[in-house]
Write a protein of this length. Sequence first.
Length: 134
Amino acid sequence: MVPILMKREAKTTWMHTYLLFIQSIITLIFCGVLFGGLAAAMSAIDYLFGINIPSEWFFDLRAIVAGVFGSFFWLSRLSPKAITYFYTEDSFPKVLRVFAEYILGFLLVVYAVILIAYTIKISVSGVWPSGMVA
């Protein structure tokens, strides 16, 4: 922020503030999707495998996602290199590419592991699921 303030141009300062606001919104969306996906995965593990996951773990997960991932992601977007990386003109917006590759890709792997583990559980026990899963 200091190099931008040293230029003494109102347009530059407001543009930087606007980019910080947009980065904050993007970080909130990414954190929300990551937390929602991981919380759904924890609920699926609780339901499918009968493992009792304490409700405090969901609060801890929210704190970890917001405190660790959210902080590092937001701070990583402050450098001029990152700003030009995320806001260059391209046929596919780079923000969406990062979202799809790193957030949704990670959640896809988590759900695939849960599905494979549940398939193995069914194969080993030899009992077909009943209720909501069936």
